[in-house]
Design a binder for this molecule. Structure first.
Ligand code: B3K
Ligand code: ZN
Length: 909
């Protein structure tokens, strides 16, 4: 570690707080340049704690006054051993006392968007994880829970709406054109769940009555012009409330529940008690401005934040190492909700495929790189760097495995016990797992809880190898499973994981076979079962199968029952059988992707031309899927999409082949062109067979039809552009101009851009002109250009140059996180071939923008830096150039703590 960097905070160093703050009164006199915050904290020393100084943490506050029980008290402001600013009172009064602290802040200068800040002329807050200390001195840690009463005062004309957590107690006019509102939140909460909003907003309102008969007011607050874009968010909120009550027996516990949209926000949304603050991207949608993906995003983020009300707010985290306690569980819950909303079994499978795709795309590489950490980390420098795919998505998989091991009813019983034991408390991941296990005493989970909990403790994706032997005459099939883990930072050795493996067996005709383990009763053997692997190696012998020369084909890890890298040892013929016949839709998709991946990887590895065509057998199998009207359009669209360049890069890294991003791109592009050309008539049929009927409806079925039609249009434009045929690009251009809604328009625009059609340029211009005043649509416009495929061959470099030029576009700004992400993150994360250039220009741009962003928003900079996490897997000349760029970034004199941690980890040996 370097001198002057934030020290490592360790999970094992946790000590309970010596003081409690049962009640807090806050008075805000809001002003963009100087806001005054008066806090009255009711404090008491924990009876069990020894007498010791009271240390309240703060950051960047200008302190005006400190009183204890109305009297002056001796205090000092200094830095603790880690450089954190603290207000220290060596000898606080005995017993319960009131500490009054007055501080000043300048919200308009808060460019970090953490604490109290201004956006679009209003005041907003973001306190998770450690933002409350930028509002007042406090015990800013999640295990200190208080009842808040909050008074807001502000100019009435500029800030007509004043909101805080809980229930509105009173409001009144003040002198000088100001007004006041008092809010009271009856539920004790940690400071990270505090929120306020003061702005010129309007609300869509809805009154609802719960199952138990209680009345509630729901509000979605937005700027006046955006009211027509709030219907979907409100519907999603209502559906979430109904679902949580029906599925988990968890009701809304407040008279009022509010969602507020803000355009400057570092992440997706925040679950502040009763006052969720959202990135406008996850609230605002109208058919004219939002795509299907946006509609889905809103549904799941609204649900996620609402579900936190129980999993996160009522039961919260003891310390930040336990973050997955609330995040993994809440992601699992929002995934289950989205599945239930999807309806049909096929639509549910599509959801699972999408979730697994996201896990592999973001979490697997994280788990194999310098930022690899356990679901419950052991140490951190900046907690915000650990709001990761591992804590969220892998955390959700860990909860899903518990659900698989104890079953639906057992899981519900476990959740009930969890709330019975811990409602109102700040607890640990151990407490959660214990509750699920205790409610299911006979289960494998309960019997081997310690082994299962290795999922919380060990980083890295387990490697699982499956091999089988067939005894033709006996009709017995033996499955051998072996697992191991690779070393990760700080964890050289791994112990075996306990994992559920959902399995089926198919005969040569694709019929499901009974699964009777040796020694079991043959009667009623199921055709699917869950095996539990709890050791480095295990054998399972199945008997009673029809004897004969053809070995059965295993369908392993159905539904992706454990987050592992599976080597199933199957050959192409076996995979083709699964692609055609597996009753598990996830596995059908998986088999197709494996076939594609195997062929693409062979071409990437070989020295020959990148354009070696995919095999005829595979192309025919994909064509059959595309033509199969018995499969849902959404499934067909997913099955016909090639594995991303990122996934191929990851697969190369896993086998130790150095990554040449240009070669991966060339191979994948040529496969895309081949599928476009060889299946042209099928694509045309798919496009014509899936027109949008009637008005826009954001349901899974209609979205699936549109996804397939848009993919078909993209393939048709790609092939037509190569052949110089103007018809399909012309039709796409027409759709950009007068498509019925944004999904259609943006689908057509993407088709042109991804085909590098001549009409792409004019279409982009036209699109910009149509939507210049819609910030969220302009974000898409930037994002699409940054993610456009790099042309193969002579004109290479054009996407990168376009992005460089777009950095100077009048609509571009780094200050708005959505805008910065749309252009820069899409280039660096989602467009490897445009970013990783032999001339290192991509890395130079990364370094420049990183320094610029870090100067005003370190949290955003730390995210942006992660684009370079996996520099070690690159081939030369990329690898050396990337290392140099990282070293340059780390050598700057001013590097924030957040960014420093990421750079140091990337550079560590
Ligand atoms: N809990 C917030 C994330 C806070 C991120 C702080 N860096 C949103 C969520 O997960 O629901
Ligand atoms: Zn969350």
């Amino acid at each position: 570690m370097r001198e002057g960097t934030a020290p490592l905070i360790r999970r094992e160093a946790y000590t309970p707080p010596a003081y409690r703050i049962p009640a807090v009164e806050l008075v805000f006199d809001l002003d963009p340049a100087r806001t005054v915050v008066l806090s009255r904290l009711s404090i008491e020393r924990d009876a069990a704690a020894a007498a010791q100084p009271l240390r309240l943490v703060g950051e960047g506050l200008s302190l005006a006054r400190v009183l204890a029980n109305g009297q002056s008290v001796s205090f000092r402001v200094d830095k603790d051993e880690s450089g954190r600013e603290e207000l220290v009172i060596e000898q606080p009064p005995e017993g319960r006392f009131v500490l009054e602290i007055k501080v000043g802040l300048a919200p308009e200068k808060n460019t970090e968007l953490l604490g109290l800040y201004t956006s679009g002329g209003g005041f907003f807050t973001q306190c998770e994880a450690e933002g409350f200390r930028r509002i007042s001195y406090f015990l800013d840690r999640p295990d200190v829970m208080s009842v808040y009463t909050v008074t807001l005062r502000a100019d009435k004309a500029r800030y007509p709406v004043l909101l805080a957590n809980g229930n509105l107690q009173s409001q009144r006019e003040l002198d000088g054109g100001r007004h006041e509102a008092v809010w009271h939140d009856p539920h004790p909460k940690p400071s990270y769940l505090f929120a306020l909003v003061a702005a010129d907003l309007v609300a869509r309102e809805q009154r609802i009555r719960s199952r138990a008969g209680s009345e509630h007011l729901l509000q979605v607050w937005v700027r006046a012009g955006d009211l027509d874009k709030t219907e979907h968010a409100m519907r999603s909120l209502m559906a979430s409330i109904v679902w949580d009550e029906a599925r988990f027996g968890l009701p809304l516990d407040l008279e009022r529940f509010m969602i507020v949209a803000v355009s400057d926000f570092n992440m997706g949304a925040m679950e502040n008690k009763g006052l969720n603050i959202f990135n406008s991207k996850f609230v605002l949608a109208s058919p004219a401005t939002a795509t299907d993906i946006d509609y889905d995003g809103i549904e799941s983020v609204v649900a996620h934040e609402y579900f936190h009300n129980w999993t996160g707010n009522r039961v919260t985290c003891r310390d930040w190492f336990q973050l997955s306690l609330k995040e993994g569980l809440t992601v699992f819950r929002d995934q289950q909700f989205s599945m239930d909303m999807a309806g049909s079994p096929s639509a549910r499978a599509v959801r699972r495929i999408e979730d697994v795709r996201a896990l592999r795309q973001a979490q697997f590489p994280e788990d194999a790189g310098p930022m690899a950490h356990p679901v419950r980390p052991d140490a951190y420098q900046a907690i915000d760097n650990f709001y990761t795919a591992t804590v969220y998505e892998k955390g959700a998989e860990v909860v899903r495995m518990m659900h698989t091991l104890v079953g639906e009813a057992g899981f519900r019983a476990g959740m009930d016990l969890y709330f019975q034991r811990h409602d109102g408390q700040a607890v640990t991941c151990d407490d959660f797992a214990q509750a699920i296990a205790d409610a299911n005493p006979g289960s494998v989970l309960a019997k081997q809880l310690d082994t299962f909990k290795r999922w919380y403790a060990q980083a890295g994706t387990p490697r699982l190898e499956a091999r089988s032997t067939w005894e033709a005459e006996a009709g017995a099939w033996t499955l051998t499973l072996r697992q191991h883990g690779l070393p990760s930072p700080g964890q050289p050795e791994k112990q075996p994981w306990l994992l559920p493996l959902r399995l089926g067996l198919l005969d040569a005709a694709g019929q499901a076979l009974p699964l009777q383990l040796d020694g079991e009763d043959p009667a009623g053997a199921p055709t699917e079962r869950v095996l539990v692997l709890d050791d480095a190696e295990a054998h399972f012998r199945f008997v009673g199968l029809p004897a004969g020369p053809a070995a059965p084909v295993p369908s392993l890890l159905r539904g992706f029952s454990a987050p592992v890298l599976l080597d199933d040892g199957l050959d192409a013929a076996q995979r083709l059988l699964l692609l055609r016949h597996d009753p598990d839709a996830f596995k059908r998709w998986e088999a197709g992707q494996q076939l594609l991946q195997a062929e693409l990887m062979a071409r990437v590895r070989a020295d020959g031309p990148a354009a070696t065509p995919l095999s005829a057998g595979l192309v025919q199998a994909l064509a059959a899927v595309l033509r199969d009207a018995g499969l849902s359009p959404a499934f067909r669209a997913l099955a016909l999409s090639l594995p991303s360049e990122g996934l191929l890069a990851d697969a190369l890294a896993a086998e130790g082949t150095p990554l040449d991003p240009q070669r991966v791109h060339a191979v994948r592009e040529s496969a895309r062109q081949q599928l476009a050309a060889e299946l042209a008539s099928d694509w045309a049929e798919a496009f014509e067979a899936h027109p949008d009927r009637g008005g826009y409806r954001p349901d899974a079925e209609s979205m699936g039809r549109r996804a397939l039609a848009n993919l078909a249009l993209a393939m048709l434009c790609l092939d037509a552009t190569r052949r110089g045929d103007p018809v399909w690009p012309g039709r796409a251009y027409q759709r950009v101009k007068d498509g019925k809604h944004m999904s259609e328009r943006f689908g057509a625009l993407s088709a042109l851009v991804h085909a590098q059609a001549e009409l792409a340029g004019p279409a982009l211009e036209r699109f910009h002109a149509l939507f210049r005043d819609e910030a969220l649509v302009i974000d898409k416009w930037f994002a699409l250009q940054a993610a456009a495929p790099e042309p193969l061959g002579a004109q290479a470099g054009s996407v990168f140059q376009r992005v460089r030029a777009l950095c100077l576009h009048p609509d571009f700004t780094l200050k708005n996180p959505n805008r910065a992400r749309s252009l820069l993150f899409n280039l660096t994360v989602h467009n490897p071939a445009a970013f990783h250039r032999a001339d290192a220009a991509g890395y130079v741009l990364w370094g420049e923008k990183l320094a610029e962003i870090d100067a005003f928003n370190p949290k955003l900079a730390a995210r942006f830096a992660r684009a370079m996490d996996r520099w070690r897997i690159l081939a030369e000349p990329y690898r050396s150039a990337a290392l140099e760029a990282l070293q340059r970034a780390a050598a700057r004199s001013e590097v924030s703590d957040d960014l420093r941690e990421i750079l140091d980890r990337a550079l560590a040996d």
